[in-house]
Design a binder for this molecule. Structure first.
Ligand code: ADP
Ligand code: MG
Length: 701
């Protein structure tokens, strides 16, 4: 096929001159024919229906009427001046109104002419009118043939001002459709089209712009979503296969003595079945000669850390180095403190490196890493600084990965002769279809079980008025030997104000919980590291009963004795953040409580978040809800992982389709991994096109 036609610059299209081309590029990012072709209507107006004027009521938003204009006059003065026409049919009369009057308009509207009128219905004080309607002279043609769904294209104010209206867009697209009709070749194999009863590709592209019926429209949308998901999934799964085939990983022959010893004589609780299953999955990856790229998901408190640590023991037992990268220093120190004792018992050299480590210590660590003297290194971004080199990094573990960008992660890979095995852990679960679409090239392990004895975290939503009760409640818990977190938001835009809130809150809690009976820790981002460490330590050792902090404690902090989480200005947190914060309690065997304190200004969305939090503890459900409320673009994990890879598919609504197509793709690749079978020729040809041409817009070729 002549591929160039799709790459033709948009100015070559009839009706697009240099000026319009610039507008289309600036406003809608339409550079070529295919950009235009792939600019789909975002909605359709149903012009298959006609209304009688007497039946036009508030139940309708858009109306289409055939009637005669019987009167035209300017009414009002000054800025309120408007042009009003009366439209009549045999059932009644309705006003058509223009607030911007121009001579051209007055001249073209003809009294006693019959028009097809289409527009939005406006009802004000009980009076019906249609502002700025579409008018088309009606010449008595057969309406059945004419009527259809009209696509409404994305637009901007500037486009409208410069005369590029929806009608212009439709004309341009129709111009294009004539040029390319029958040139859009099929890219799915016959057997798939048959099996899923899909529309052919050419028809789908024509039809989505000019559907004759809503059935046709749905068919064309389905077809285009199908191929979009299909080619994304085939690329993701293929990428995984190619990586496994091409990139040799270190093969860890045995489970090693450290793992054995730890498991037999140090680990003081039973692993959950889910943890055992996941460790087996990881163990298998580490041993089979290919490089592991695994995403480990689990709800807050499901015990991901121990899984990571035991994986590290396998690597170290095979003579390799391991790094654990965390998003915050607090978390690095927490892991370090937890593992340090065990490492001593096992004779493993563990070190911690952070941005604020002293230069001399850093230097020593860097040297020891290079010489292979350090077995396990824990740290923040500091790990990916250029100076850090490993002797033989066998496994890189990334904790709470949404805080790291893809680019940051890949820097780690380059620090070694061979790419290390990689285990990525998410802080909270990711909705299934999002995970499939954004992390679809990784293998996935899920811990879907909490350690035994965990109790439901009772969650309350309340306002400031209930503060006295809250204080009494916290005191009660403290008298039982328990501890409480009080968390304040810290959001960049109003950092100063937030900081004041935090300090005010600290003062007020200090009054409510006076020394010497009570002790309060405070932790925030402006403190020096050793101060933070020290305050955290006092809390961990139960020397202080209350920890007032910003969200620095959001991820990972583990103090099982804490049973109360108070989140101030909770309306300002996102769902996954709230869930993550709440996950700081309920880590021991005592019943825990979470209080979401909100101010007066609440949006509908924030109320939905509070309701979700109150109604469930399940991170997988919350993740789905979050996706639903906020939309995919805002979710954690997606900002850094690049854009949502879909143009037409909706991650939420097309849930089932995504799952179905991914399953289909896995089955195809299992049977025919290199896509060599004749029936799959068309797929491999299309993929080759995509890779050869490095097309961003890869669905047409
Ligand atoms: P997360 O998955 O949120 O990172 P952690 O790994 O911090 O959770 O684990 C939460 C707490 O549960 C820790 O105190 C940990 O020691 C404990 N824990 C983990 N696995 C088990 C288990 N199988 N039985 C009992 N406690 C466990
Ligand atoms: Mg954790």
């Amino acid at each position: 096929m002549n591929i160039d036609i799709f790459n033709t610059p948009i100015e070559f299209l009839k009706g697009v001159g240099p000026n319009r081309a610039k507008l289309l590029k600036d406003q809608l990012k339409i550079f070529t024919y295919k950009d235009l072709l792939y600019t789909f209507p975002y909605r359709y107006v149903d012009r298959t229906k006609f209304h009688k004027i007497s039946s036009v009521d508030s139940l309708l938003t858009e109306v289409q009427i055939i009637g005669k204009i019987t009167n035209l006059k300017e009414v009002g003065i000054g800025r309120k001046k408007r042009l009003v026409a009366s439209l009549s049919d045999n059932t009644g009369t309705i006003d058509l109104v223009w607030f911007k009057i121009n001579k051209w308009l007055i001249d073209t509207i003809k009294i006693n002419q019959t028009y097809i009128v289409f527009g939005k219905l406006n009802i004000y004080n009980g009076i019906r009118s249609i502002p700025h309607p579409d008018l088309e002279i009606y010449k008595g043609e057969n309406l059945k043939k004419k009527s259809k769904l009209i696509g409404i294209y994305p637009s901007t104010e500037i486009l409208i001002k410069r005369g590029v209206t929806n009608r212009t867009m439709r004309n341009l697209i129709n111009e294009l459709l004539i040029l390319i009709n029958k040139k859009i070749y099929e890219n799915l194999p016959e057997y798939i089209i048959k099996k899923f009863k899909l529309l052919d590709r050419n028809s789908a592209y024509i039809c989505i712009h000019n559907p004759q019926s809503s059935y046709d429209l749905n068919q064309s949308i389905l077809r285009l979503k199908f191929e979009e998901i299909f080619y994304l999934q085939i690329r993701l799964i293929k990428k995984n296969l190619i990586r496994k085939e091409k990139i040799k990983g270190y093969s860890f022959k045995s489970i090693g003595k450290y793992f054995d010893e730890f498991y037999k004589s140090i680990l003081d609780f039973d692993l959950t079945n889910a943890q055992k299953r996941v460790i087996k999955e990881i163990r298998k990856d580490l041993g089979d000669g290919a490089q592991m790229n695994r995403l480990l998901q689990g709800d807050v408190g499901s015990g991901k850390t121990i899984v990571a640590f035991m994986s590290a023991l396998i690597a170290i037992g095979n003579g390799f180095q391991v790094c654990i990268m965390t998003p915050t220093e607090i978390l690095s120190y927490q892991h370090y403190n937890k593992f340090n004792e065990i490492c001593k018992l096992l004779n493993i050299n563990i070190k911690i490196i952070s941005g604020s480590s002293k230069a001399s210590i850093k230097k020593e660590i860097i040297n020891d890493l290079k010489d292979g003297k350090i077995d396990l290194i824990i740290g923040t971004h500091a790990l990916i600084y250029d100076g850090v080199q490993f002797n033989n990094l066998g496994l890189a573990i990334i904790d709470e990965q949404h805080k790291f960008g893809v680019a940051q992660r890949s820097k780690l890979w380059l620090k070694n002769k061979f790419p290390p095995h990689v285990l990525i852990m998410t802080a909270t679960p990711i909705p299934r279809t999002l995970a499939m679409s954004v992390y679809g090239d990784l293998d996935m392990s899920i811990i879907d079980e909490l350690p035994p004895g965990r109790k439901y975290i009772e969650t309350f939503h309340q306002t400031d008025r209930d503060r006295l009760k809250l204080i009494r409640f916290i005191k009660n818990q403290i008298h039982k030997g328990k501890q409480a977190y009080i968390v304040y938001p810290l959001i960049k835009e109003s950092e100063k104000l937030d900081f004041k809130d935090l300090l005010d809150g600290y003062e007020s809690f200090s009054r409510d919980f006076p020394m010497p009976e009570y002790h309060i820790s405070i932790v925030h981002g402006k403190m020096k590291n050793d101060e933070k460490e020290n305050e955290m330590k006092r809390f961990i050792e139960n020397k202080t009963q209350i920890l007032v902090s910003t969200t620095v404690i959001e991820v990972g902090v583990d103090v099982p004795n804490a049973t109360v989480m108070v989140i101030e200005s909770a309306e300002r947190f996102g769902l996954s953040q709230l869930h993550q914060l709440r996950g700081r309690v309920g880590r021991g065997s005592d019943k825990s409580f979470c209080f979401l304190v909100t101010g007066h200004k609440k949006t509908k969305e924030s109320i939905m978040r509070m309701e979700t939090m109150v109604s469930t503890n399940d991170g997988f459900i919350i993740a789905e809800k979050d996706l639903e409320i906020r939309g995919p673009g805002n979710l954690m994990g997606t900002q850094q992982s690049g854009e949502i890879p879909f143009k037409i598919t909706n991650l939420i609504k097309d849930n089932e389709l995504i799952i179905k197509v991914r399953l289909l793709v896995s089955t195809i690749l299992k049977k025919d991994p290199n896509l060599q079978n004749k029936e799959n020729y068309i797929i491999s040809k299309n993929l080759k096109n995509i890779f050869d041409k490095k097309e961003i817009w890869e669905y047409i070729s």
